[in-house]
Design a protein around this ligand. Structure first.
Ligand code: ADP
Ligand code: ADP
Length: 215
């Protein structure tokens, strides 16, 4: 089972990818989480990408392609995986197609659609645990104790790139560089449009049903 989530920042890709991965028993590959972890660990990759990410800029394709190319070859990906945040450019999609992972026509490709005002509401209220990367929302998915991660008690923070000025740039990069992927995949796969402007559970139910139906 191989799954790709397309959709703008704030659409709920990470939230749904985590739940669907648990349901299917396959790993979720979140490139954003992998890069943030590299930054937290101060690795050479982390030092390279930090100035780009905090300004909301996309990280160069070759960096992402190498990162994902390695990750999908790990043993836990043998029976499938869910990609969250990759590909984000046509060049990344083309590289993914040449990684020897089979025809994308057999994959599940989801396009999560959410109106722009709701994206802004979600991104401005998103809170994040810098230790375990769990994601919350101040009103839609509040932690049990305000400002504290349910899972490990760490203080939650707002991501630098979720601040208002940076969000504008990310959404415009999405329109220019990532939205064209919808056309790319429509020509090659069965892209399923999902109304993401509903409760997290309602969206998840649709995804669970859709993955059971062959592409
Ligand atoms: P993405 O990975 O697409 O950027 P996230 O999954 O991180 O999106 O969700 C963005 C924010 O919106 C998070 O704070 C999350 O808790 C919240 N969120 C996700 N799905 C929903 C939903 N269906 N309704 C309301 N809020 C949501
Ligand atoms: P969101 O959940 O809001 O869509 P992510 O956590 O997926 O954001 O990504 C955060 C940042 O990480 C991006 O703004 C970008 O700087 C970098 N990044 C993640 N995935 C990619 C990718 N596939 N290509 C380029 N940059 C990426």
């Amino acid at each position: 089972m191989r799954v790709i989530f397309l959709g703008p920042p704030g659409a709920g890709k990470g939230t749904q990818a985590a739940k669907l991965a648990a349901h299917l028993g396959v790993p979720r590959i979140s490139t954003g989480d992998m890069l943030r972890e590299a930054i937290a660990n101060g690795t050479p990759l982390g030092r390279q990408v930090e100035p780009l990410m905090e300004r909301g800029k996309l990280v160069p394709d070759d960096v992402l392609i190498a990162l994902v190319g390695e990750r999908v070859r790990e043993d836990d990906c043998a029976h499938g995986f869910i990609l969250d945040g990759f590909p984000r450019t046509v060049a990344q999609a083309e590289s993914l197609a040449s990684m020897g992972l089979g025809e994308v026509s057999a994959w599940s490709v989801f396009q999560i659609e959410v109106p722009r005002e709701e994206l802004l509401r979600r991104l401005s209220g998103r809170r994040w645990c810098p230790r375990c990367q769990a994601t919350y929302h101040v009103t839609s998915r509040p932690p049990r104790q305000e400002g504290v991660c349910d899972l490990d008690g760490t203080s939650l923070i707002q991501r630098e790139d979720d601040k208002e000025t940076v969000v504008a740039r990310r959404l415009s990069d999405y329109d220019q560089q990532t939205a064209p992927l919808v056309t790319y995949y429509r020509e090659r796969a069965n892209v399923r449009r999902v109304d993401g402007n509903r409760s997290m559970d309602a969206v998840l139910e649709d995804l669970k049903t859709a993955v059971e139906v062959p592409a």
